[in-house]
Design a protein around this ligand. Structure first.
Ligand SMILES: [Fe+2]
Length: 293
């Protein structure tokens, strides 16, 4: 019994109106609902996948991880308690807001709100069609995408995500910086997606927990069209088009209106626990992903 996928993402953002056009016009998400303080976006048959809430943090507000059913949720609840993690049972009102049957709320070692849920609302009755991503987003059993979290205490975060939630290490990227010193990134999976959560050391990012979230589209053309929209909408490009060494994704990185980044990519390979062995890499990319000043 473990987390099966990354279900939803909550963001605290200072500029809700910029996020609306960033999400809909640039990323190609659909607006599922909207009020004065929250916009919910969808990118598949789920009722929603990304919520932006008016706030000061300009950072991740919560991550929602899905489990299969009530029994799996009960098992995770037990593991959290065994691991000494304080949990909060959800109110009926919170379940309604999230559109799920039930959830458990806890905090990871860095204080990020983590919600484990089952029974999300699906909207096959109102099919999702992106305004600009013709091939659609790769979700389903691979979940929403991935998040990369920056932490001052990687061992404790590893203990939480791997030891308690059951994420498995896919590989590491250990980048030599000087002499014997390296910066190490750890990539974890909970389904076929190569990584759903990656952990790296906090690096001059204004104290944000979230380095980036990743959305995967089904065709290379849709990454190219998104690169054209970088120019059209004046979105700051952070890394040029490139291919990652570990998941083989072809992607680019752009700045969101909150300062952290979004990775927009395609073509990632998947992992199968039957025959996957942990490896390490010393470079992030095989080609490209050149930082843009
Ligand atoms: Fe990424």
């Amino acid at each position: 019994m473990q987390v099966s996928s990354f279900g939803y993402l909550g963001l605290s953002v200072s500029d809700l109106s910029r996020w609306k056009s960033f999400g809909a016009d640039f990323l190609g998400l659909g607006v599922a609902s909207e009020d004065a303080d929250t916009i919910k976006f969808r990118n598949d048959d789920r009722a929603w996948r990304i919520a932006v809430h008016r706030g000061d943090a300009d950072d991740i507000a919560y991550a929602g991880f899905e489990v299969a059913n009530a029994a799996a949720l009960a098992a995770i609840r037990d593991k959290l308690q065994e691991g000494g993690v304080a949990i909060e049972e959800a109110t009926a009102d919170l379940c309604k807001q999230r559109g799920v049957k039930d959830l458990v709320v806890c905090r990871d070692p860095d204080g990020l709100r983590v919600e484990i849920f089952y029974g999300p609302l699906e909207k096959f009755d109102t099919p999702f069609h992106s305004g600009c991503v013709a091939s659609g987003f790769v979700t389903g059993d691979q979940g929403l995408g991935h998040i990369v979290l920056m932490t001052p205490d990687l061992p404790r975060m590893r203990g939480f995500y791997s030891g308690i939630l059951g994420f498995k290490l896919s590989d590491t990227i250990d980048i030599p910086i000087s002499g014997e010193q390296t910066i190490s990134l750890e990539f974890y999976h909970c389904n076929r997606r190569h990584h759903t959560v990656a952990l790296g050391p906090t690096m001059g990012s204004g104290g944000k927990k979230l380095h980036h979230f990743m959305l995967q589209v089904a065709s290379l053309d849709d990454v190219g069209f998104a690169l054209d929209r970088v120019t059209r909408y004046g979105v700051p490009l952070r890394n040029t088009l490139g291919r990652h060494t570990n998941d083989h994704m072809v992607s680019f990185y752009a700045a969101t209106p909150s300062g952290f980044e979004v990775e927009f990519g395609t073509g990632a390979r998947t992992v199968d626990d039957e025959d996957w062995s942990v490896v390490s890499h010393e470079k992030i990319s095989t080609w490209g992903h050149v930082p843009v000043a």
